[in-house]
Design a protein around this ligand. Sequence first.
Ligand SMILES: [Zn+2]
Length: 109
Amino acid sequence: MATEEEIWKKVSELTPADIVSYLNSLGDSKCPSCGHDVFSLATENGIKAINMILPYSDLDETGTAEYSSKALSAYCSTCDNCGYVNFFACYQIAKRILEKEQKEGHNDK
Ligand SMILES: [Zn+2]
């Protein structure tokens, strides 16, 4: 079982190829906007996956969102046809990849 620290370290190590391989392992997916089936991972010059920071907050007792510095880190892929954007939580992807590697016994530490 990977620790939170190990998972965040893995997030920092993932390459675009690692992420694309993981996303392809999930099976065929269709764009919810246009039905196209080819997506591209958003990267900086193909070298590094873009890590989107999605801010969020808790709601106070009245249901009003309060300012906070909380954020979700996410990779995004875009539909090659219409530009629809999908977000995937970095932490969950790194966790799944790390646990698969540990199960298969090629932990590179
Ligand atoms: Zn589309």
